[in-house]
Design a protein around this ligand. Sequence first.
Ligand code: ZN
Ligand code: MN
Length: 480
Amino acid sequence: MPEYEVVIGLETHIQLNTRSKIFCGCKADSWGEEPNTNICPVCSGLPGTLPVLNKAAVEKAVLLAKAMNSEIREESFFDRKNYFYPDLPKGYQITQFDKSIAFGGYIDLPMDGYVRRITIEKLHLEEDAGKTKHKGGDWMVDFNRCGVPLVEMVTAPDLRTADEAAEYLIRLRQLLKWLNISEANMEKAHLRADANVSIRIKGEDILNTKTEIKNVNSIEAVRTAINVEAKRQIKEVEAGREIKPWTLDWDEDTQTVKKMRSKETEADYRYFKEPDLMRVQLTNEWKEEILADFPKLPLEVRDEFIEKYKLPKYDAEILTSERSLSQYFRDTIDAYGYQPEQVKRVSNWLMNDALRIMKEKSLIAGELKITPEYLFEIINMVENHLINTPTAKSLFEKVEESGRSPKEIVEEEGLAQVSDVRALEELAKKLVEENPEQVKKFRGGKESLIGWFVGQIMRQTQGKADPEIAKKVLLEQLEE
Ligand code: ZN
Ligand code: MN
């Protein structure tokens, strides 16, 4: 059997997180709401209404285009794509066809040991359609999604494995949130992906007949669906059968693809310029205003954390998974220091303690009550032996609960550790007097008992003794 490779292209629909829809004042996001409660004469296609373009949707599309290294057009148009379907009340979709907001571009995917460059073939703005639902023998239609602002983005068939396709979606989702363009939640259909899949013998450069997999609503499902479909195609070809250009439906329950329909030849949508909207003129001034605060992108920041601050790759990946977390990390090391061990210490606090709380409370780093300044205060107190590590851990939680300064809490609750050598010497002396058996065993060679002695002191000080000093004074007493 020859060695096959999979050729994959992804078509994504990204729901922009604007407040209102793209051509009317209805809310953009009405996930989970009663059908047909978030509509108006414009988005339900009543005659005589006129669309008004949402400026924020254009701005968010420009941000995405910039991040994808696309050419941004100074002048773009909207077009009507005409077709009949019950979820499309106007009988046409307002989209962009030949003069879209942007074109071209690419994204580099960091794979294990290599980088795969994925070319972007299309990037345009459009409105979403509604939804049809089957219920109790009836077909019903919900227009809530009509007019939701979308960017449709299509890649060239540059992806070669299901893992690359998954990585593309992971990086895209990260980018969309980083730039605050979309909530990018696949379960809520903020990010939808269809995969075009074909196979060929490795080394060939032809493009064979492809199938399109639809209705895949998680990244893991995209990965599985592509692998399942590639296997099916190889089996077909090996059996001497032809691949048909089907549209396939991914069935999450059975983990299989099902034929939805034979793909009709490219329909004649009779595109023409939308006469109810003016062209979009993106003046230099406006473009500069949109891009004025364009941030460093996550992969760039990740590499900076690795190279400049010597942070392990694993840490850098996690700390750049979300923009406010990367900013939090930066602010803390700005206050604390850039030595590799300082950087790593901050990273550990964030990866262990901060991330756990963030997960428990569904917060992002920027919403934590424990600010970078407060975290730095805690680290500082540990370094100056003012508190020990277990106290620091519980202090972290107390600060997050109350929003009060760590120093204040330490003072009020008397959490400062006992590092007074004389006080600890007193305790050690008493301990040695009261435990002749243990002392005998220790002096007889059972040195591991030192742990027990230190533990006693920690108990007597309610965990506040400086364990290092406690150990030192104990050894002095025991070795006498
Ligand atoms: Zn509306
Ligand atoms: Mn589309």
